[in-house]
Design a protein around this ligand. Structure first.
Ligand SMILES: *Cc1c(COP(=O)(O)O)cnc(C)c1O
Length: 282
């Protein structure tokens, strides 16, 4: 197994979020936009990536954040604090409003408050994002039989599926529960030869346990590769478990995509501390 270190593309705009923003920011510029607006939760890799990319490329950035209680406490949240340090302006909304965030009335209401903006969807997934993720695999990667990645909204895996060599098999490891993802991915790609492995979400999005914490910490020591607890740690745990169970034929060459997300370790450790669980070592 080899690991493609997309986490090393940029120190803060990590991995797949860099790929997803690339063509969107080009489009925003071409349209003459000066302001990006997007959505996310308090620990979102996409929120921080957008804040940093916006600053580097001269955009203003607005983050519409789930949870109005954060209005008081966001300074203590690593992700939001870093995003604000990079100039992102926040609007905190209730979970109920957040569920309706894509309604045209709400988007117009935001336009009235912030002026015109270029909209990036939650998680950053749209057609231009998938186009960016089609650049993750390179011509020399055709030597691998299997390509794996973590799955959130399904944008990244769709780009990988679209750009893979016809003989390659793509395995996605969803970081969350639910079987809506297969349908989502089919909206973005008509190809087959891919599969979701749904046994390694550890109870749902951002849920982790001591076994996963230990796996991630041992992996970092053994291989000098840090993994994040939300996405890449679960994927890697899954790959190792499948290998142990004899899922892959002998001599199978696996390419695991490290999609980044390491900034999430700080937020996760703050939560683990309150639960008296062992911490992740970076
Ligand atoms: C966002 C994210 C993903 C999921 O990507 P999708 O395109 O939403 O499926 C995977 N890994 C990391 C580290 C991420 O930040």
């Amino acid at each position: 197994m080899f690991i493609k270190r997309e986490d090393e593309l940029h120190p803060l705009i990590s991995g797949n979020k860099y790929r997803k923003l690339k063509y969107n920011l080009e489009r925003a510029k071409a349209e003459g936009s000066t302001k990006l607006l997007t959505f996310g939760g308090a620990y979102s890799n996409h929120i921080l990536a957008t804040a940093v990319a916006a600053k580097e490329q001269g955009f203003e950035a607005i983050g519409v954040i789930r949870g109005d209680e954060l209005q008081e406490t966001w300074h203590f949240n690593h992700t939001l604090k870093s995003a604000a340090d990079h100039g992102m302006q926040f609007k905190f909304i209730s979970r109920e409003d957040y569920r309706n965030k894509n309604a045209p009335e709400f988007l117009n209401y935001l336009r009235a408050e912030f002026g015109d903006y270029y909209l990036l969807p939650e998680g950053g997934t749209n057609n231009l994002a998938i186009q960016g993720c089609e650049e993750i695999l390179l011509p020399e990667d055709t030597i691998f039989d299997v390509v794996t990645c973590a799955v959130g909204t399904g944008g990244t895996i769709s780009g990988i599926i679209n750009s893979r060599n016809k003989k390659q098999h793509v395995l996605g490891f969803p970081a969350l529960k639910g079987d809506f993802l297969k349908k989502e991915i089919k909206k973005h790609t008509h190809q087959n030869n891919w599969k979701l492995i749904t046994d390694y979400h550890f109870g749902g999005y951002a849920k982790i346990d001591v076994e996963l914490i230990n796996f991630i910490n041992n992996f970092a020591v053994a291989h000098q590769v840090p993994l994040d607890p939300i996405y890449t740690g679960k994927m890697m745990f899954g790959i190792f478990n499948l290998i142990k169970k004899g899922y892959f034929r002998p001599q199978t060459k696996i390419l695991a995509i490290h999609t980044g997300g390491l900034q999430g370790v700080f937020g996760m450790n703050a939560i683990l501390k309150t639960k008296n669980l062992p911490l992740l070592q970076l």
